[in-house]
Ligand binder design. Structure first.
Ligand SMILES: O=C(O)C1=C[C@@H](OP(=O)(O)O)[C@@H](O)[C@H](O)C1
Ligand SMILES: C=C(OP(=O)(O)O)C(=O)O
Length: 426
């Protein structure tokens, strides 16, 4: 296993153009594949999660051309559903934004498709989505454990009609159903049951569908109608915004460390809910300035917060390590679904925060963090979770420094993270 030792960074300063959003890249690739016409995607993210989607689309017969640095992609849309005469087995790593949307989209055509992934993917639930697709006539089998990938889709088009879906574990199930819905055989009326978690990701989905020509009637995130007869059409060129979750590490770094960082590519006009991270940081005491496509963060005296961060589950992890530099006890609540992501993030976060000396309470769906008088150096395990590695890099702003085990796990969404951090540090 590789280790990365980060010694004390006394200053972080400058400007960084954040790589493309994972959530937008994978949605845009799938919609471009289903759309009529060729779409040019620019500022596409080049990372593992996107590579899995790209490889899957290629195996499914979608043709595209990537430029040299893989940030521009011309996708020749199929102008409809995906069919296949041969069995197609698609390996999707641990990319939720590939597994869930493809599971829904592949029920629309005719063919047999197997969706597999890495061991952790086999522990991440998919039952709520499969149950909903089954209500619309889909035939999906579990190949190992009931409710979890790998799944086999015996596709023979999807009926429309009324369908209910649980929103309480992951918004990605509703996202997947929404994106598939226009290509079902008749109008789809979706009713969401339970609390809808991670709600701002649904706004990304609706906005992307609109940009590709499909209108969804949204009745207060409880009921959605997708009127039959709509087709995805290329918007021509589509610029992928910078990733707001990736931006969180740099915004937090400046707030902790007394520098000033401008992140570009994401700002006031962003469609990503994770930009609300900057508001949380501001509540903690950071100075934040917004532009249409940039955010500037600079230091303030950081105080603890006690907040429900269900709406920003990914960026909320950055608050957990930022809390070590704030006075008082920080509580982050309503984050049960941290437990079903790349790892059990509530357990992992609690274990690793304790290693640097923090006092931590791990609740069923919350975490409480009290910083130690002095942060200790530790070797941080990252559990193959890119965000564990990136969050704990913030500990390099303590005099003790930090060692990150398996730093290359950032490849899921941000392969060049540690290089970029170094470039801005002195
Ligand atoms: O739709 C998306 O792009 C995502 C939704 C969120 O997942 P949940 O809805 O499972 O919380 C988020 O954590 C994930 O990184 C990306
Ligand atoms: C939860 C995440 O990923 P996924 O899209 O695989 O759910 C994440 O990136 O933090």
């Amino acid at each position: 296993m590789k280790q990365l030792r980060l010694d004390y960074i006394s200053k972080i300063q400058g400007e960084i153009n954040i790589p493309g959003s994972k959530s937008i890249s994978n949605r845009a690739l799938l919609l471009a594949a289903l759309a009529k016409g060729t779409t040019r995607l620019t500022n596409l993210l080049d990372s593992d999660d996107i590579r899995y989607m790209l490889k899957a689309l290629q195996a499914l017969g979608v043709s595209y051309r990537l430029n040299e640095d893989k940030t521009i992609c011309d996708v020749d849309g199929l102008g409809g559903v995906i069919d296949s005469e041969q069995l197609k087995t698609l390996y999707l790593g641990n990319a939720g934004t590939a597994m869930r949307p493809l599971c829904a989209a592949l029920t629309l055509g005719v063919g047999t498709f197997e969706l597999t992934g890495e061991p952790r993917m086999e522990e991440r639930p998919i039952k709520d989505l499969v149950d909903s697709l089954s209500q619309l006539g889909a035939n999906i089998e579990y190949q190992k454990n009931e409710g979890f990938p790998p799944v086999k889709i015996n596709a023979n088009s999807l009926e429309g009609g009324e369908v209910s879906i649980s929103g309480s574990l992951s918004s990605q199930f509703l996202t997947a159903l929404l994106m598939a819905a226009p290509l079902a055989k008749s109008t789809v009326e979706i009713k969401v049951t339970g609390e809808l978690v991670s709600k701002p990701y649904i706004d990304i989905t609706l906005e992307l569908m609109k940009r590709f020509g499909v209108n969804v009637v949204n009745d207060n995130y409880q009921n959605f109608s997708i009127i039959t007869g709509q087709k995805y059409v290329t918007p021509g060129e589509f610029l992928v915004e910078g990733d707001a979750s990736s931006a969180s590490y740099f915004l937090a770094a400046a707030a902790i460390n007394g520098g000033s960082i401008k992140v570009t590519g994401v700002g006031r006009l962003s469609i990503q809910g994770d930009t609300a991270f900057a508001d949380v940081l501001e509540k903690m005491g950071a100075k934040i300035q917004w532009g249409d496509d940039y955010i500037i963060s600079s230091v303030g005296k950081l105080n603890s917060i006690d907040l429900d961060l269900n709406h920003i589950p990914d960026a909320a992890m950055t608050i957990a390590t930022t809390a070590l530099f704030a006075s008082g006890t920080t509580k982050i609540s309503n984050i049960y679904n941290w437990r079903i992501k790349e790892t059990d993030r509530l357990a992992a976060m609690a274990t690793e925060l304790k290693k640097v000396g923090a006092e931590v309470t791990e609740g069923h769906d919350y975490i409480e963090i009290t910083p130690p008088a002095e942060i200790k150096h530790a070797e941080i395990d990252t559990y193959n979770d890119h965000r564990m590695a990136m969050c704990f890099s913030l500990l390099s702003f303590s005099h003790a420094g930090i060692t990150i085990n398996d730093p290359e796990c950032t490849a899921k969404t941000f392969p060049s993270y540690f290089e970029q951090l170094k470039e801005l540090s002195s």
